[in-house]
Design a protein around this ligand. Structure first.
Ligand code: TRP
Ligand code: ZN
Length: 480
């Protein structure tokens, strides 16, 4: 080795060592010599991020539980709700949804500032340490909101507040919860819930969930407090408040506690018919379990009101709410109960994913209360010439058309996928899907179905879900 070479080698070695030492020094945590400047204010977004419903929900937190406490006097409501949530980012400010007027808010027990515009409720939290965000990412926090108002005065479309005589019902989709409690009102954020409703003793207060107690108000005479519990996470649109004179039937069926409620405003014969029909619930749940696997909730039930709902039924957790005109309909009963899995437990990511709720719940009703092959033919052949019927795509109905073709073309597409996959693959795919919990997308459903068969379903789904014309009658499209 020449001296020149050795010289250069030594020099490079020294350089390498020097670089290492410098790198080590640089990677050491900075000692707090200079004071850290106050971290910037971090705000959760005003919506959860649904392109069709930009204002729905809020960003930066994940609700774990709603503890809702309301007092109802006629059509006026006074409430205090405590939300327990986990911050998914640092937060100095976050947004809830509430249509009633808020008067005070506290976070972790300390008073916070509220700013309400329409049904958006901004909450600003005061920092205890000026250099640290008020709520740190990953922290569990509580927000307690005091509020009051008359839900019937707040016109929303489609309507979600109804009254008939002294009966008041708040129920609806996609928006209803904000008419009686503050919420991250979007199906992407499911949570457990406790509802405590204080009413005069001459009326009952019915909610989602299991009935925990109804006891005399400890202070005010002539008032009762009803407590209901939803102990598995569900979505805010699957809750409701029903106050009025309801005839209740309670008990345990096949090991599950039930509460059926029928409005006493209905003629006696109609009340009896409604109750007789609701008593079919345990058997219907058992039949659905064959296709969807074990029932996901700890209780069952149903309610038939006197008010005239905009829809036939709503999949309230553990207690579907039915339109009185739907009484006696097997397929309505099965449809709403199928939602206990499909919608209330396997929830949406965006409202535009509605197919995974309504097409699958409708198909479950086809299986249990109907004849799927016959129904397929009624739609596929019966509507063959109706171009406008096939024009809206099922994968992108948009905010104003969410609840339309998904009820008829939806289950028709599901029957086609069954024919395409074969019964064995289809039924195990369906059950596995229904046994999940948490938010899912239509895209995930396509992948889930595709993974359940060696065949490639890409073209099939393009034709049935993205298409704007009737899928061709081919074997690949599942048309036998
Ligand atoms: N999701 C309900 C069902 O089919 C129906 C429903 C509730 C609805 N609210 C609606 C349909 C608003 C259209 C518009 O089980
Ligand atoms: Zn439905």
């Amino acid at each position: 080795m020449s001296r020149a070479v050795r010289f250069w080698l030594t020099l490079s070695a020294v350089a390498v060592v020097l670089a290492l030492v410098l790198a080590l020094l640089a990677s050491r945590p900075a000692e707090s010599v200079t004071p850290v400047p106050p971290a910037e204010q971090t705000w959760g977004t005003a919506g959860i991020g649904d392109p069709d419903f930009p204002d729905a929900g809020g960003g930066g937190y994940d609700v774990q539980n709603y503890d809702v406490s309301v007092r109802v006097d006629g059509t006026r409501l006074t409430g205090r709700t405590t939300i327990t949530a986990i911050a998914t980012q640092n937060l100095d400010r976050f947004h809830l949804d509430l249509a009633l007027g808020a008067s005070a808010v506290s976070v972790n027990g300390a008073s916070a500032t509220l700013q309400q515009t329409g049904d958006d409720l901004g909450v600003s939290v005061v920092r205890t340490d000026p250099a640290t965000p008020a709520i740190m990412a990953g922290a569990t926090f509580t927000a307690t909101v005091d509020y009051a108002g008359s839900p019937l005065d707040l016109a929303i479309r489609p309507p979600s507040a109804y009254s008939s005589g002294d009966e008041l019902v708040i129920a609806g989709e996609p928006t209803s919860a904000t008419l009686w409690y503050p919420a991250n009102d979007h199906p992407r954020d499911a949570a457990t819930m406790r509802f405590s409703v204080n009413v005069p003793t001459n009326v009952e207060a019915i909610c989602a969930g299991r009935l925990i107690s109804h006891t005399a108000d400890p202070v005010a005479t002539g008032r009762t407090r009803w407590v209901w519990l939803v102990d598995a996470p569900t979505v805010t649109y699957a809750t409701f408040l029903g106050v009025g004179q309801f005839r209740l039937e309670q008990g345990t069926a096949k090991g599950r506690p039930f509460v059926y409620a029928v409005s006493e405003r209905l003629p006696k014969a109609d009340q009896n018919a409604a109750l007789a029909w609701l008593r079919g619930t345990p058997a219907a749940v058992e039949k659905l379990e064959r296709y969807l696997g074990p029932y996901p909730f700890s209780g069952i039930g149903g309610l038939v009101a006197d008010v005239r709902f905009y829809w036939g039924g709503l999949e309230v957790a553990m207690r579907p709410v039915y339109n009185k005109r739907g009484v006696g309909s097997e397929s309505l009963l099965f449809h709403e109960l199928a939602h206990m899995w499909l919608g209330d437990t396997v929830t949406l990511t965006e409202w535009n994913d509605i197919f995974i709720n309504e097409a699958l719940a409708s198909y479950a009703a086809w299986l249990t209360a109907d004849d799927p092959a016959r129904n397929f033919s009624v739609v596929y052949r019966g509507m063959a010439e109706q171009q406008e019927f096939w024009a809206p795509s099922l994968s992108n109905p948009g905010a104003d058309h969410l609840f339309e073709r998904v009820y008829d073309r939806g289950p028709t597409a599901v029957q086609a996928v069954r024919v395409r996959m074969g019964d064995e693959a289809f039924f195990s795919m369906l059950k596995a899907w229904a046994q999940q919990s948490g938010s899912r997308s239509l895209e995930q459903f396509r992948q889930h179905a595709d993974a359940a068969t060696p065949e490639d379903l890409t073209g099939f789904f393009t034709a049935w879900l993205d298409g704007t014309t009737r899928p061709e009658a081919t074997k690949d499209n599942g048309v036998a």
